[in-house]
Write a protein that binds this ligand. Structure first.
Ligand code: URA
Length: 243
């Protein structure tokens, strides 16, 4: 949801200040009703906004794949003024939101979009897409630990769903491992490895549903292709059918 005057200025109707005057003058309709209140929140995708009888174009939907560096947080507003992923997306004009979160110290694939319906589906635990995390962990997990993670383990906020775990490389005192999950509990991957005795030293999300990081270096981003958007939409469609 967005403030009406912000939406108007983003759509190029007028500056925010001028848009407020236009609203106060009763020249704006939201879904056919005149609105004069300045704080009114609207949905840029769903609501029909008219200024002097002219419909404002809905905001274009954008889908961005970011390779997040460590040290950046995934929230819109940070009270401590830390670096956020939005400091990287300087060329993006639309108000996009992250689809799920990555911890400050986690690197890797973060999808951002202004498509609220898709965000809802992709972050809903029952539909959640599969995400792959590659980690460096202390020690080398044995087969029993791998199987325990795959079956599901008890964290303080409940059992984890079945997952896929693998040792990618045995480095002696540490290992590179991968874990594929479809849930999104807070710090889930770190907590899962820790609970089997192998704390995470470094963590990177390498896959998110059909998307991977190929061709996008750390700190870079790109817009999804039409084909990739279609693949994500298919997941959305499937979720609607399952409801
Ligand atoms: N799990 C974690 O522990 N951290 C993340 O950033 C994402 C998943």
């Amino acid at each position: 949801m967005q403030r009406l005057q912000k939406l108007m200025s983003r759509a190029g109707v007028a500056s925010r200040r001028k848009s407020e005057e236009i609203i106060a003058a009763g020249r704006v309709k939201v879904n056919g009703e005149v609105v004069t209140e300045l704080g009114t929140k609207v949905d840029p995708q769903q609501d029909k906004i008219e200024v002097d009888g002219q419909v404002i174009q809905r905001e274009k939907l954008v889908y961005i794949l970011l390779n997040k560096p460590q040290g950046y947080i995934t929230t819109t507003d940070d009270p401590y003024q830390r670096q956020t992923v939005f400091d990287i997306l300087t060329d993006v004009k639309q108000e996009v939101h992250p689809v799920g979160r990555l911890d400050k110290d986690t690197e890797g694939l973060l999808l951002l979009t202004n498509d609220g319906d898709l965000t809802y589906v992709l972050t809903h635990p029952s539909e959640g897409v599969k995400k792959t995390y590659v980690a460096t962990v202390a020690g080398v997990p044995n087969q029993a630990k791998i199987e325990a993670l795959e079956r599901g383990i008890q964290l303080k906020d409940g059992w984890t769903a079945p997952a896929e775990a693998k040792i990618v490389a045995d480095l002696g005192s540490e290992a590179i491992v991968s874990l594929k999950i479809h849930e999104g509990k807070n710090r889930q991957v770190r907590r899962m490895w820790k609970s089997v005795g192998h704390p995470v030293k470094e963590l990177k999300r390498t896959k998110f549903g059909p998307l991977d990081l190929q061709g996008v270096s750390v700190g870079d981003y790109r817009y999804l292709s039409q084909e990739e958007i279609k693949q994500l939409k298919r997941i959305e469609k499937q979720a609607e059918i399952n409801q």
